[in-house]
Ligand binder design. Structure first.
Ligand SMILES: Nc1nc2c(c(=O)[nH]1)N[C@H]1C(S)=C(S)[C@@H](COP(=O)(O)O)O[C@H]1N2
Ligand SMILES: [Mo]
Length: 245
């Protein structure tokens, strides 16, 4: 199949490849955190030691800590997208679809729900991974329970500002690791990272983790989302390298 691969990362096509050799150079020349600035979007490489250790480590479920083809960053990197209004006061989330009690939630109501603090790894299809990212928010399963999910639901569509969507199988979306987060590393989400609230689906490539989230829709039949209809894999398992569809 001849296909032009759309890139999730405008840096991937041009600046990223040269940055790999630059990275090797920087690593041999420096000790400690390396911050690379490309067109204003800075990111932090983890040390070679950390990366080596991650490669040698397994998760409790037996899968390697660093999925194949990934390298380590020490903080998540802003990957762009159509930013929504970051003010918590203006934010609303609609929970709809295959539920008995659809509802709309504002930030005050979200904060009244059971808050969880979760440390997890995230994996971007552009090949960076961040270990032990700390998120605060509510479990997606709690939102589903509040809406009284119907047995007919099979998939979840995350809907975000500007028409971005991402689809996830219900069984995976209800995993306790999946959450609606409003804090990263103890701080309110930065605007570039989805303020005031985003989804986190740690065990699928990070494009499934919709930023500037406006809706959670439970559906009976699957509907490929923004990247899934642009050449990326419908499922997006980082350990199977489900990058392209
Ligand atoms: N609403 C919205 N969410 C989005 C995106 C987007 O363009 N719009 N990009 C996705 C992609 S491709 C990735 S890798 C992650 C990046 O999140 P970050 O910018 O916080 O690192 O957000 C995902 N969520
Ligand atoms: Mo991405």
């Amino acid at each position: 199949m001849s296909r032009k691969e759309p890139s999730l990362d405008p840096l991937l096509a041009g600046a990223y490849a040269p940055s790999m050799s630059r990275r090797a150079f920087v690593r041999s020349a420096t000790i400690g955190t390396v911050v690379i600035a490309l067109g204003g979007a800075g990111y932090c490489l983890a040390s070679e030691e950390e990366e080596k250790k991650a490669r040698a480590t397994k998760r409790p479920d037996g899968r390697p800590r660093l999925p194949p083809g990934q390298h380590l960053l020490s903080r998540i990197r802003p990957m762009g997208g159509v930013e929504g209004d970051p003010s918590p006061g203006g934010w609303r989330l609609s929970v709809s679809g295959e539920v008995e009690q659809p509802f709309t939630l504002d930030m005050a109501e979200l904060l009244k729900m059971t808050q969880v603090e979760q440390t997890c790894d995230v994996h971007c299809v552009t090949k960076w991974t961040v270990l032990d990212a700390k998120w605060t928010g509510v479990k997606l399963a709690d939102l589903a329970a509040r809406a009284k999910l119907k047995p007919s639901a099979r998939h979840v569509i995350f809907e975000a500002h500007g028409g971005y969507t991402a689809n996830v199988r219900l069984t995976e979306a209800l995993d306790p690791s999946v959450m609606l987060a409003h804090k990263y590393e103890g701080q309110p989400l930065a605007r570039a990272h989805g303020a005031p609230a985003r989804i986190i689906v740690p065990d699928l490539y990070f494009w499934k983790s919709a930023k500037w989230i406006t809706g959670v829709r439970f559906v009976t039949s699957d509907k490929p989302g923004y990247w899934e209809t642009r050449g990326y894999h419908n499922h997006a398992d980082p350990w199977k390298e489900e990058r392209y569809g």
